[in-house]
Design a protein around this ligand. Structure first.
Ligand code: PLP
Length: 233
């Protein structure tokens, strides 16, 4: 029986080509967009197959699942990004086990991560998650709260503020998909103008990566187009 991980090298090549084509269409430099492979609810064998094909950055949404996988993959030099909801009573593993957290949306979470990031590790890279599509989803701060959270992150010596992240409401229409990404980019520019040095716009998933690249994404978070459909939770 064919293994589920058999096609991952081909899917990775196809996905990287898709990202390169999107860069080219909007006049962006080749390789200006980084692929974060979202491996939630995919087995460690799938991560190993993607690593063998050249992928090193992986995103996980559930802490318990992530920690179990990390323990099984200690032999590989992977970069781990947390992209799920951070609960304030579970910040310790998030602070110790990841290289990046994309989903900081409250000052309290930023302070806890900063206090709990081990001294033995480099500063934890942080993106602030912003809810730019309004009431359609709950995670993420309001755009007008991002400045205060950015200041809190910047005050923490064990954290390094890198940029902004969003998960917009789904849409099939390219122009409509671009709007929330454009809003996130404007907010990014406002924070830079306010003195923050940022380099990361984490936006775009399987269904809307072209719109995100057109609006300046530096990291696209892709699961389905690389690994196929996810296992049920
Ligand atoms: C699951 C998930 C992704 C990947 O979604 P796909 O549509 O499978 O590419 C990206 N970002 C976040 C925050 C996710 O939870």
């Amino acid at each position: 029986m064919p293994d589920k991980t058999d096609g991952i090298d081909h899917q990775l090549t196809a996905l990287l080509n898709r990202i390169r084509a999107a860069e080219e269409r909007c006049g962006r430099a080749p390789d200006s967009v980084e692929l974060l492979a979202v491996s939630k609810r995919h087995p460690v064998a799938a991560i190993r197959a993607a690593y063998a094909a050249g992928q090193t950055a992986f995103g996980e949404n559930y802490l318990q699942e992530a920690v179990e996988k990390q323990d099984l993959l200690r032999d590989l030099p992977l970069t781990w990004h947390f992209i799920g909801a951070v609960q304030s009573n579970k910040t310790r593993d998030a602070a110790a086990r990841f290289d990046w957290i994309h989903t900081v949306d409250r000052p309290k979470i930023a302070r806890r991560l900063g206090e709990q990031r081990p001294e033995s590790l480099p500063p934890l890279n942080i993106c602030i998650q912003v809810n730019v599509s309004g009431e359609t989803q709950k995670a993420g701060c309001a755009p007008e709260e991002a400045g205060a959270i950015a200041n809190t992150v910047a005050e923490q010596p064990r954290l390094r503020l890198r940029g902004l992240m969003t998960i917009p409401a789904p849409s099939d229409d390219f122009a409509a998909q671009r709007q929330p990404f454009a809003r996130l980019r404007e907010l990014f520019d406002e924070l830079v103008a306010a003195g923050h040095s940022l380099d990361t716009l984490s936006m775009g998933m399987t269904a809307d990566l072209e719109a995100a690249v057109a609006e300046g994404a530096t990291v696209v978070r892709i699961g389905t187009a690389l690994f196929g459909p996810r296992n049920p939770a």
